[in-house]
Unconditional design. Sequence first.
Lengths: 366, 262
Amino acid sequence: MTNHIAAGRSSGLRNAVAAGDRSALARLVIVMLVVLLGLTMLFSLASGASDASAISVARGWLFGAGEDALSVRDRIIINDIRLPRVVLGALVGASLAVSGAVMQGLFRNPLADPGLIGVSAGAGLGAVLIIVLGGTVLAPLTTALDTFSLPIAAFLGGLAATLVLYKVATRQGRTSVATMLLAGIALASLAGALTGILVFVADDRQLRDLTFWQLGSLAGATWLKIGAVAPIMVLAMAATPFLARGLNALALGEATATHLGIPVQRLKYIAIVSVAASVGSSVAVSGGIGFVGIVVPHLLRLAMGPDNRYLLPASALLGASLLLLADAVARTIVAPAELPIGIVTAVAGAPFFLWILLRKRGVIDL
Amino acid sequence: MIEAQGISVHIGTKRIVHGVDFSAGPGELVAIVGPNGSGKTTMLKALCGELSYSGRVTFNGRDLQSLKPVEAAAIRAVLPQATVLSFPFTVREIVKMGLIGGRSGVIGPEADLLPERALARVDLDGFAGRFYQELSGGEQQRVQLARVLCQVWMPVLDGRPRYLFLDEPVSSLDIKHQLIIMDIARDFARAGGGVVAILHDLNLAAMYGDRIHVMHRGTLDTVGAPKDVLSDALIERVFGCKLRVGAVPAGNMPFVLPQSAI
């Protein structure tokens, strides 16, 4: 009986897809991604140098402090070390993937990624400015903004980079991919050079902070850091559902999107600010983590189509899961030491990116 | 009523359209003709708010400048000359985009069937599940028209006429589909809407146009009923080539027969 219903449902889904309607499929994918994220979070909480296991984690949460509750040590490891790291990893992964998807919609190109086209580099410059000059020249700023100064500086850096990029690469509503990528390279090198100057003048303690941060890592996750970036990230992500239909229309070009009733100019501003906020705050807490923003939306488009109403939430879910998995690899592959997570995402993401280029050589017009 | 007075458009420092008056009323199909570079598309883009212009454009009495995108989308739909799509949407997904800001005027359960009905209208039954990017140029053009039709499915909504702006709607179509598409445009006008179509085929313009609006060097050269407008003299002056304008035996509709390019 149940099998029969399931079979009927799956054939209904197949018929809908055959008729060009992938919304039911997309909803199914999203449900699966929710489950995946739940499992990944549990797995991340349970894995690590200490042997606090998944079962004891689940039991501790479900039944509270019972007889075989977690030991005090395990509870500290879980609540104060692993849990903030998992929450931060999920937030960063979701932010990066969603901003990748939004950017690709905005630039009308599947190759747009904050890491590739200099937005992360701009955000990085903002963050390094605060780390190096925060105690001296920019002291009034850091005093006033406190823990928010790093994410806000990174946001402003990312925003500046995105705006410059958009101005340079877009003419009369058309974005040239070649110009976009080249401008991105120029911006990234410029930001890199300025960052280099700052590193040059940094003192020993700042250098240690910088190195740790530049490699990209979730290791420094604390509830305090989460408190500083989570509101920005959540706010930026909360804006994206309002962008989804506009980004869909934008796939037909700016003029057509306007004819369809989309206030395109406003859409672009919201998209740019939301991307800069997400990327800026991600960079501020976890350094340069690349390729999440390009790999995740691309995989999802293959699975469920490019409709942003589903693509954006699905990107958040898959981005969170993938980053947690990457972090699990980073934490365990050379245990007890840790690999920077940026290395893991680059090692997995760069070949994937090349594969996209190979597949799309004829389609993407450079 | 679409009304435009003294429309001028500059692109960069170059003046493309100069002092053009234009009108298209409900129930009317107005064909815009003219040689390449005479400002037809630029004029149409100004009329649909895509290019900035000087002069005044009103839709049903309201100034175009004061309309929000979503308000304009409820009054008129625009078919551009060509559309480049950036992501692999299916035909059905593209057609449904017509409903993003537009108001089809169809409500209830029938609204779900609208994409299929619009596709059937442009002779693309069974294409809903195909990928847009895998279709031929002519098929893509018809998909776009289906999307445009969804946006203003009811030619009259809340007692107010709505409009189709079509930029060379039949340029990449075979003869059968040229006629199907022009029939759709005429039916839209007959049902109380208005249609503004840029056409290159003077015979189609004569056959379907209630009025022909001839553009020449960025200005309005002549406007009027096909039989009054299309003459050997006008065609030689505007298009710079010799033609014979005759009349089809069955009626007083003019037809244009090319004779020589010089």
